[in-house]
Design a protein around this ligand. Structure first.
Ligand code: ATP
Ligand code: MG
Length: 159
C-alpha cells in the first residue's frame, strides 16, 4: 500500500521517546520535509522500526544518541532509512551471524537486558518481503548503524 513514510517515522520516534528518556538516550529524527510516497506494508515497517529502535536504545549507554534518518534515492527509486546509535557496538566476529534467529552477542555484556534474539531476524524477513534488504555496520564500543530501504510507490512492489 502507498504510505506516508514521514508520518510513520515520526510516530515511531514518538513511540520510543519515553523509553529513550528513561535510559538517558536522546532520540532524534532526521527526515526531509518531503519524501516520495513509498509502497509498503505499514504494519510490517512499523514492526521493523520498533525492533531496530528498541535495539538502538537498549544497547546504548547513558548520554547516548540515536538518530533515525531517511533519505530519498531517486536513481534507485527507494527511500533509505537508517537507525544509528552511539552504543556498545557489536564485535566484528559476531556481525555476520547477527541476523540469525536467536543469535545474541555475549549475554553478560547487555546489562542483563532481556531478549530472545529474534528482533533482527524478524526485521530482515519483513524488509526482504518488500523485495528490499537490510544491512548492519558496527564498531565495538563505538556504535551501530542499521540501514534498510523501501521502494517508491511508482513501479514499486511490496510483499
Ligand atoms: P529481542 O529483539 O528478540 O528482544 P535481542 O535484542 O537480543 O532480543 P536482536 O534484536 O535480534 O535480539 O539482536 C540480536 C543481538 O544483536 C542482540 O542480542 C545484541 O547482542 C546485538 N544487537 C542488536 N542491535 C544492536 C545494537 N544497536 N547495538 C549493539 N548490539 C546490538
Ligand atoms: Mg532486539
Amino acid at each position: 500500500k502507498e504510505a506516508d513514510l514521514h508520518r510513520l517515522l515520526r510516530y515511531a520516534a514518538d513511540r520510543f521517546s519515553m523509553f529513550g528518556e528513561q535510559q538517558d538516550v536522546q532520540l532524534s529524527l532526521d527526515v526531509p520535509d518531503q519524501l516520495p510516497p513509498v509502497f509498503i506494508d505499514q504494519d510490517a515497517i512499523n514492526q521493523v522500526l520498533d525492533n531496530l529502535l528498541s535495539n538502538a536504545i537498549k544497547y546504548s549507554r547513558q548520554g547516548g544518541q540515536v538518530v533515525l534518518q531517511a533519505t530519498a534515492n531517486h536513481q534507485q527509486k527507494r527511500v533509505v532509512i537508517s537507525i544509528a546509535d552511539t552504543g556498545i557496538g557489536i564485535p566484528s566476529r559476531d556481525l555476520k551471524r547477527i541476523f540469525e534467529r536467536f543469535y545474541r552477542v555475549d549475554k553478560a555484556r547487555s546489562r542483563g537486558q532481556g531478549g530472545t534474539g529474534l528482533g533482527l531476524a524478524i526485521a530482515r524477513e519483513l524488509v526482504q518481503a518488500h523485495g528490499a534488504d537490510i544491512e548492519i555496520t558496527s564498531e565495538w564500543n563505538v556504535g551501530t548503524t542499521v540501514t534498510f530501504w523501501v521502494p517508491f510507490a511508482q513501479g514499486g512492489k511490496a510483499g
